[in-house]
Design a protein around this ligand. Structure first.
Ligand code: ZN
Length: 250
């Protein structure tokens, strides 16, 4: 319990990284996606990030070699709870009001926030997508579950249009979302998914995260994908990590 709470605290600290540029100490070094702050250095930037190097259940991965399992359906009950968007220097994150739930394998998780990566972090059968959306949930004990949705180039996405219309352009900035956003508009019609155990894809790369990757992608216009890349100025994906002995269920 204690370690899980501190894991969450560290996650929040890491997410706030870009906003505290002037206060960096050896305890809290900046990380990024390129150069000497890039993914291959994360494990040595800070002793708290050592799992990035040493972990055996790291995310993202290339999903392949699926094991046929009778996965129980995801029970998603999401409200229009996305009340603010935050540019944390690594992504655009939409913070979610309490009350939106995911139930799977006898556990109930609450949606905390969702955010974006471009290009996708996970690959499916070797295929990378132009974007990936991560819906981050936590249960009452602080265990994390991430629902990942791949995004393909196609028709304009209405939900993305609402979020992008007030996208905070500078790291550390926030925008209110009025009316509040529903993440439902970023989910595919079919709710089939792959399941595996993994980690946070950003420092401290903590493990014990349940990953649920939707099989079906959603669509967004080429310009909408370019808009996100334009704000972040760089790719925001950690490269795929070794799967080792992990089963990937479908
Ligand atoms: Zn993510």
């Amino acid at each position: 319990m204690k370690t899980i709470i501190s894991l969450l605290a560290v996650t929040i600290l890491a997410a706030g990284c870009a906003t505290t540029t002037t206060q960096h100490s050896s305890q809290h070094k900046h990380w990024g996606y390129t150069g000497h702050e890039g993914p291959e250095y994360w494990g040595t930037l800070n002793p708290n990030y050592s799992t990035c190097d040493k972990g055996m259940n790291q995310s993202p991965i290339n999903l392949t070699g699926f094991i046929d399992s009778d996965l129980s359906p995801l029970v998603l009950s999401y409200q229009s709870g996305g009340y603010e968007s935050l540019n944390n220097g690594h992504t655009i994150q939409v913070n979610y009001r309490a009350g939106s739930k995911l139930a799977v394998t006898g556990r109930v998780y609450e949606l905390k926030q969702f955010h974006f990566h471009s290009p996708s972090e996970n690959h499916i059968n070797g295929k990378s997508y132009p974007m990936e959306i991560h819906l981050v949930h936590a249960d009452a004990e602080g265990n994390l579950a991430v629902v990942a949705v791949m995004l393909e180039e196609g028709d304009e996405n209405e939900t993305l249009k609402e979020i992008w219309s007030s996208m905070p352009k500078v790291a550390g900035d926030k925008s209110s979302l009025l009316p509040a956003i529903s993440v439902e508009g970023l989910l595919p019609v079919k709710r089939e998914y792959y399941r595996f155990n993994g980690s946070l894809t950003t420092p401290p790369c903590s493990e014990g995260v349940l990953w649920l990757v939707m099989k079906q992608p959603v669509f967004a216009a080429k310009e909408q994908i370019a808009q996100f890349m334009g704000i972040m100025h760089q790719p925001t994906n950690r490269p795929v990590q070794p799967v080792y002995a992990r089963p990937i269920l479908e």
